[in-house]
Design a protein around this ligand. Sequence first.
Ligand code: NDP
Length: 247
Amino acid sequence: NPREYRARPDLLAGKHILVTGAGDGIGRVAAQAYAAHGATVILLGRTVEKLEAVYDAIEAAGHPQPAIFPMDLATAGEEQCRELAAALEENFGHLDGLLHNASVLGERRPIESATYKAWQEVMQVNVNAQFLLTRHLLPLLQAAPTASIVFTSSGVGRRGKAYWGAYAVSKFATEGLMQVLAAELENTSRVRVNSLNPGATNTAMRRSAYPAENPTDNPSAEDIMPVYLYLMGADSAGVHGQALDAQ
Ligand code: NDP
């Protein structure tokens, strides 16, 4: 059971892992957990001060020195993804892991009154940017001895729910991208590709989606790290094309 997984302290030693949305919420905690297990993490996100705070916390804890790559996924295009890939190639040569974590919630309202602007922003950040990053980082992942790509899904990416609009649709698309890529890499590559639904987790996104909830009734991001570690490390070798749940 991956949810009861206990990672060895050196599970990710020597690995280079990129985390999107690494400045806050689940991404911040995952970046710190990967670093604590020996990885050099590349912190990608849009708010530089938040990325710097995560960087400082990782350094202060004595974990491998991370790297920061600021990128706003709402506006990033091919050129920025090419620059990122070139910088990673120059500094690290290859990439052992990619956690697609950054997402926006968008509007919570019926399709009938949804705005095209908000729809497009959600699809841009949650789907298009994820495709672009995957497209441009794949060669670096294929250059690693083995690599793991983890896409972040949601309960509403597996079963649609009223008023979840573009966010739900973007998570279905995420599952689709995962499945297509997994099928393409089957047998021909040492890159494994899976999706992970964190489940209700106490973060800014959850608090904004459910303002009436008592935030601490939900697990913390720290509580759901076992599956995040499992999917990044060698113990999940052979797990490919699966849709997993962190809770
Ligand atoms: P948060 O909103 O707390 O954190 C999201 C992170 O993504 C932030 O660091 C944010 O940056 C970053 N981000 C958002 N937009 C962009 C952008 N345009 N460019 C770059 N970075 C961006 O969310 P969670 O931690 O709760 O969610 C993490 C993942 O888990 C998401 O994919 C979410 O859909 C999924 N999820 C979460 C659940 C939950 O209960 N929390 C449940 C199901 C799925 P900044 O801090 O600068 O805003």
